[in-house]
Design a protein around this ligand. Sequence first.
Ligand SMILES: Cc1ncc(COP(=O)(O)O)c(C=O)c1O
Length: 368
Amino acid sequence: MKIVPFAVEEWMNRYETDAVYNIAETCVDSLTLGELVDDVPRFFAALAARKLTYGDIEGSPAFRRRVAALYDSEPRVVATQGAIGANFLVFFTLIEPGDRVIAVHPTYQQLYEVPRALGATVHPLRLRPENGYLPDVDELRERARRGVKLIVLNNPNNPTGALMPEAMLLEIVAIADEAGAYVLCDEVYRDLLQKGVPAAPSIIDLYDRGISTGSMSKVFSLAGLRLGWVAAAEPIVAACLQHRDYTTISCGMLDDALAVRALERYDAIMRRNLAIVRGNLAVLDEWVQEQPHVDYVKPKAGTTALLRYDLPLPSAQLCEGLMRETGTLLTPGSCFEVEGTVRIGYANAAETLRQGLGQFGAHLARLG
Ligand SMILES: Cc1ncc(COP(=O)(O)O)c(C=O)c1O
């Protein structure tokens, strides 16, 4: 199977560990093991007697029950290796050569490149700044009329931070229903909402052929667990399980136990993380207002924003120079096929954000 390089992952792999000010990171400031488990002896004593078998093949009942409780429709849940494993599993299960797929663009490259590599024809549904990076539903309707097997969304969106509201999701569901299509919505940033922004429902609470993918990485600040899920109606998850037997067997039982702990503390983690994304966006917003060369569509949700700059310089060159000279890491818009932009991840520690923005502003001033 031929597949093009995953630009954003290659970029992060190259620079992430050397960055002094990492403002490319998309997780909300990661938790330590000690912050998650404040009763280490008791917690690990309970685990110490457990034989390290494959464990619960689909994920522990506690994990699956608690993830299902994040939705209204009591979906069936299966554990995967991160949301990246969840998305892959959905494509591996549903896509056959010749299928037609419509996917929002820009987004996480996996969401359109994997279906393409599996032989589908993928039509991009452009998210444009003049529409607040929301899709044009009429364009989708027009495309879907010509046939579509799967519509792929990412809500809230990485990289733009746009959030499709309920009314728009309902319109998309009506289009999908008429076309007989599935809708996969990558909801890995779900509920990381800015103040005053109404929550958007999960696709699976609106549509019986909807599929939600999520994970412990962003919302729970626990990317190191490498644990995610597919949540959907029974027949869809059953088909996923049949395919998953060939790739996964099970996810690690230690990761599962730690994820259950985090799910039990959903409210506290969410309080912490909403304070971070809201406080940090205020810092970013103030910085953008002061910059002569930068503007943006202010994000409504998630952890990222696309910053547009007006200097005659390719985004990769801009970001490489910034990293080389200041140790500040951003992601070039070229990784999302949107030149003239850089993606910032603003949910890291506030001090890292402040320092990184200071360095970026000074760098732009030197170039401008
Ligand atoms: C939209 C989106 N989906 C999936 C992933 C993968 O996340 P995970 O760590 O859960 O595999 C990312 C990571 O950046 C992402 O931004």
